[in-house]
Design a protein around this ligand. Sequence first.
Ligand SMILES: [Zn+2]
Ligand SMILES: [Zn+2]
Length: 483
Amino acid sequence: MLNVDSLLLGNTLLYGRLLEVLAGPHLADGAGLLELALEFLECALDVLAFFYLYYNHSFITPFFFFERAKVNNFFYICSLCNTKIMKRPIFITLLLAASLSAAATVPHRSRVPDIPGYKTLKGDFHMHTNFSDGNVWPVTRVDEAHFDGLDFISITDHVETHHQHMVKDFGAKADRNSSYEMAAKQAKKYGILVIHGAELTRGGRTFPGHFNTHFITDGDAVNQVAEAHNGKYGDDEVRQEEAAIIDGLTEAKRQGAFITWNHPDWEQQAPNETKWWPIHTELLNKGLIDGIEIYNSFIGIDPEAFHWAIEKDLAITTGTDAHKPMFQWVDYEKGEYRPMTLVFAKERSLDGIREALDGRRTAALADGCVYGKAEWIKPLLDACIEITNVKFTEKKLTCTVRNNSTIPIHLAKAPGSEMVVYARQVHLNEDEEISFSVNGIDSRKPWNTYEFDVNFYVTNWLTDVDAPLQISYHVSVPAKYRK
Ligand SMILES: [Zn+2]
Ligand SMILES: [Zn+2]
């Protein structure tokens, strides 16, 4: 899961110093022993601090441990345990073993229920590795996905020649399919589905922009036909970029790709406004845009893209576009989750994902908000909410409402329920349970109406820009409480 070599490399000096302290004659010398004792104490305190945090906060993770809890001291402990001179502090070994087993568990996973007829698969459609301009290995992307409880990821390294660092820096053995292949192999360990993707990027300050091609078979071929246009049109950069995109995406399509337009609101290409350019109409008409990235971790939600997805019936996707390790993008300590695409699939398989994308059965879950068509997010909301202990009296209805997911649900009273009184704001955070009550217009008097609706806007679940999902529960007061 972690690149131990690089951690060790960064700690060589400290590690060496410790070995020096431990080595023979120094042990007899009082100063050496004192130094060792202090270092030992510091290590033990770190491990205890880790334990304390681990058992008191579910967010404590291996990432947290290695990132925050003094990596240096962790390696002090390792070296202490490995050194024959130090056999006595057996409890260090125990602490180390216990802390490692604690770190190996996976406490932080998002939970999103299935909807009737479909499995809700959680995934990330956009990420990079060290095979383009990312800086983690493909296997790490899989480990991170496992850690986050995802069902699938698409490895979408840039295919352009200038991004092929593994080829340039380490020899020509890698190609544009290598990162996918490495990730797919690792993913078998966890049963995570890996999509063979690639990002085709064109346009510096102009469009067409960046496109993810998912379910391709050969990234090299996609790049080859796109780069065949290099230098063909003199100074006409726009023409070259557009021709490259059209041919590159056509090749991807020939391979069976599902294509999304990424981050249309990226400030480098859309400095003042997000626009749908004529080239995008051309691509759409040619069948070269199937979906659109409505959320990208660099930028956040893209309202225009969300609206286009609804208006033009494009599949909604979201991606981290992670280049760095995930824990540097997602604040796990604060309980954050990475943005995810929810795919409502008939089966948990690559074919299932593809079929759902083609059927536009997706939604985005990002920053605690859900974005999607009511057709899909309404049944999802119903699956998240559980209503129990419904009790009537002649003046009141009470019940327990529980959120059985990790998606927050924020409700605001909507029109159509004026004849009854209930909380106008309801907040159900993950796994939260509240008691909820409804009464007639005067709480001291019996019901003034026997058939009514409890209506809400779900303010953080959107079906279009400024269009929150609406939910309604019809209530019929039992006959014995009717006058
Ligand atoms: Zn991009
Ligand atoms: Zn990207």
